[in-house]
Design a protein around this ligand. Structure first.
Ligand SMILES: [Zn+2]
Length: 65
């Protein structure tokens, strides 16, 4: 499984100076592909968190009136 530590992005084939650089790129450029299930769980958590924030904002805005 040398592919996982390759400095070449498996998604867009861009090459980086090292594996760490590639990982940073993947996190930013391809968050869905990055670590598969882990990224999905994270985005689900973020959606939940953002939803909660929006609800709180709505409550605060409604409280003004
Ligand atoms: Zn890429």
């Amino acid at each position: 499984m040398g592919d996982r530590e390759s400095p070449i992005c498996p998604v867009c084939r861009q090459s980086f100076k090292d594996f760490r650089g590639r990982r940073v790129h993947q996190r930013v450029a391809h968050p869905r592909e990055f670590h598969g299930e882990e990224a999905q769980a994270l985005s689900a958590f973020e959606a939940l968190h953002l939803g909660a924030r929006n609800i709180n904002k709505e409550i605060r805005e409604r409280g003004k009136y």
